[in-house]
Design a protein around this ligand. Structure first.
Ligand code: ADP
Length: 262
């Protein structure tokens, strides 16, 4: 009987190990699949603009003298826009790498939210030129400790997305208000919104809701970088559907700074 029990126990243990092996193999395969997907997404994001640049430059070299000035300008504009896109993508990759390496060390200074919103509004003017842009800051907000570069980059990404995904002519609102011990700075749009299960996934690295729409080409990195920057400053960034209308609210919450208003 003892032998039989020992045999069974050995079998049971073996099964557990086997299950663990299977589980590990499954996870390895999943990690592998993810790495593959990331690689192919990165190659695609690098290759698409490069192909456009090479095409434009090739045409300019081959037919430069014969092209009318308007066509030449157009080819040069394409080259510039695509080079900028490459530059943005590479900067995003670098930011992501720095975030993951813990190499982003915010230099925070107590700042009036009014100032954050004001300087951002100036910077995004061109981005929101096809939308109605509304700034709505509650009076007498407490100061927040932020790194001016990081908060501006995080908010810029949110406004850039709103302009990218919400139709022209709709309203984009940049709002700041007090919420208990935090100051909430939100970017609100009237775009297509997202499904409930996507509200969190959009913060994943390289995650994009596929629309097969190259005009809205992006890297899927913007939101994860924004969240990384905000969290490095001790805040949070979340997405929610708007209760009263279609569209999304992306909200950055920062702890109110204890000091006096400047
Ligand atoms: P990218 O914009 O480069 O694709 P992001 O990380 O900024 O990358 O966004 C990830 C995805 O989240 C986008 O591809 C888009 O599908 C979705 N998204 C982001 N912002 C909005 C928005 N304001 N409205 C609807 N969808 C959005």
């Amino acid at each position: 009987l003892l032998d039989a029990l020992a045999g069974q126990a050995a079998l049971a243990i073996e099964r557990v190990f086997l299950a663990a092996d299977v589980e590990r193999a499954r996870r390895d395969a999943e990690a592998d699949r993810l790495r593959q997907a990331l690689l192919s997404s990165i190659s695609h994001d690098l290759r698409t603009p490069l192909a456009a640049i090479l095409g434009a430059v090739g045409t300019l070299r081959g037919y430069g003298a014969d092209l009318d000035p308007a066509t030449r300008d157009e080819l040069l504009a394409t080259t510039e826009a695509e080079a900028e896109r490459l530059n943005r993508f590479i900067n995003n990759l670098l930011d992501m790498t720095r975030l993951e390496a813990g190499a982003i060390r915010p230099a925070t200074i107590p700042t009036d939210p009014d100032e954050i919103v004001g300087s951002l509004a100036e910077r995004v003017a061109a981005v929101v030129s096809r939308h109605r842009f509304v700034v709505d800051v509650a009076p007498n907000l407490p100061m927040v400790a932020v790194d001016p570069v990081l908060i501006e980059q995080a908010l810029f990404n949110l406004v850039d997305n709103a302009a990218k995904y919400a139709p022209a002519g709709t309203t984009i609102t940049l709002a700041a208000r007090r919420e208990g011990d935090t100051v909430a700075i939100a970017v609100l749009d009237e775009g297509p919104g997202l499904g409930a299960e996507e509200l969190e996934r959009v913060f994943d690295k390289f995650y994009r809701v596929e629309k097969g729409d190259s005009v809205r080409a992006g890297t899927g990195l913007g939101l994860s970088i924004s969240r990384g920057f905000v969290e490095a400053m001790g805040g949070s960034l979340t997405a929610a559907r708007r209760p009263d209308r279609p569209g999304l609210a992306f909200t950055i919450r920062l702890p109110a700074h204890a000091g006096e208003r400047g």
